[in-house]
Design a protein around this ligand. Structure first.
Ligand SMILES: Nc1ncnc2c1ncn2[C@@H]1O[C@H](COP(=O)(O)OP(=O)(O)O)[C@@H](O)[C@H]1O
Ligand SMILES: [Mg+2]
Length: 368
């Protein structure tokens, strides 16, 4: 197994324990306390949820990834395919098919995993009334053991045609379910807040919010030292603090940087601060085409504003000085450009400062 893993759910030895939030989530799952898990991308929400679930007793998992859904039938399809992963064997699949009978389900084989997968008829499932069938299925599953339903990337619901209606309809059905626990996880903080507060959703009132921020330094450093030693390297505390700073303490970026450092230090044992910049170079090389695509999609103004934040920092962005240095014409132009960049998840606003979410993108921008 590789010492460092990124871009996937981590478990076992590649998962740094986060006992406090994890045990809280496990006990919420067991007691049926609905929970909203919020945090930036690559912080470790999905890994945490999976790890917390693995410690529950007598619960079954219905894990639904909602990334890139566009229609209600996409939503139903995702739930149906998640349901087919809940159990194995012909009887189980037959049951799933019969629970969803009204949505004319079909059984096929997933080309990636080779596992059977249930999907629903896209025409029949395009209306909110099909939530009824989905919820009724969950209710049947929950007759025996508690079902933990995870809606991951829940903010994607906002991309449906009429999100208010979808949310209202979903929640009105969900609130009567017993023996079920819902975990709503989302990465675009503003969207999650909008759904759970602005829409005054009963989801929110009954759900506890769990923030997944950075892993605390002491635990992460201990974990990273162990992983580096698996790779035959020695990493001091100071060295790792610098690594954490460089990667903005975003769990996935930290692991990516450590992996790059490992690659760049073949044959070496004791790691030194210089090795970090070699690692950064490699990450920039790995990511450059992704960054190119990401920035190609920006307007001229957005790009200028982003470059200015990378080069001069994101404080006092409406000052004449910033506007001039950015090569933009006025404060409203800056405001619009930055607003869109926040919406797209490129920037975030924290303590009166716009910051570039991905530390490697910031570095890359200062070099072009
Ligand atoms: N507890 C953890 N310990 C170590 N690395 C982690 C942990 N959680 C997340 N990561 C790193 O972050 C990456 C993304 O994790 P993931 O759970 O998919 O985040 P999210 O769901 O918030 O986007 C993982 O591939 C891994 O590199
Ligand atoms: Mg995730």
């Amino acid at each position: 197994m590789k010492p460092f893993e990124y871009g996937c759910v981590v478990k076992g030895d590649t998962f740094c324990p986060r006992p406090e939030i994890e045990s809280l989530l496990t006990s919420n799952m067991e007691s049926g306390q609905n929970t909203v898990v919020v945090g930036e991308r690559r912080m470790g929400k999905t890994s945490l949820i999976m790890s917390a679930f693995s410690k529950t007793r007598r619960c079954r998992l219905l894990y639904v990834d909602l990334l890139n859904i566009r229609t209600i039938s996409d939503f139903c399809d995702r739930v149906a395919s998640a349901a087919s992963r809940m159990g194995t064997g012909r009887t189980f699949l037959q049951k799933t098919l019969s629970f969803l009978a009204r949505l004319r389900p079909t059984l096929s084989v997933d080309p990636h995993s080779g596992m059977p997968v249930v999907s629903v008829d896209s025409h029949l499932a395009e209306h909110v009334s099909s939530f009824e069938d989905i919820i009724a299925m969950i209710e049947k599953f929950a007759e025996k053991d508690r079902v933990v339903v995870v809606f991951d990337e829940f903010q994607e619901i906002l991309k449906l045609d009429n999100p208010e209606q979808a949310l209202a309809s979903l929640r009105s059905r969900i609130q009567f379910l017993s023996n079920t626990c819902f975990v709503y996880s989302g990465s675009v903080r503003r969207d999650m807040v909008r759904m759970f507060i602005d829409y005054k959703s009963p989801f929110y009132k009954s759900a506890m919010t769990l923030n997944v921020g950075a892993i605390d330094d002491a635990s992460f450093i201990k974990f990273l030292q162990r992983r580096f030693s698996v790779g035959g390297r020695k990493a001091s505390r100071d060295f790792l603090l610098k690594v954490l700073d460089t990667a903005n303490r975003v769990s996935g970026d930290v692991q990516q940087l450590c992996d790059a450092i490992l690659i760049e230090t073949e044959g070496k044992v004791e790691l030194t601060v210089d090795d970090i910049s070699k690692g950064v170079q490699l990450v920039l090389k790995q990511e450059s085409s992704a960054f190119e695509i990401q920035t190609e999609n920006l307007s001229k103004y957005q790009m200028k504003a982003l470059l200015a934040v990378a080069r001069f920092g994101g404080k006092h962005v409406f000052s004449t000085d910033f506007i001039e240095r950015a090569g933009l014409s006025s404060a409203p132009t800056v405001k619009r450009a930055l607003g869109t960049l926040v919406e797209r998840g490129v920037l975030y606003y924290h303590e009166k400062e716009y910051k570039i979410f991905n530390p490697f993108l910031r570095e890359w921008l200062t070099r072009i």
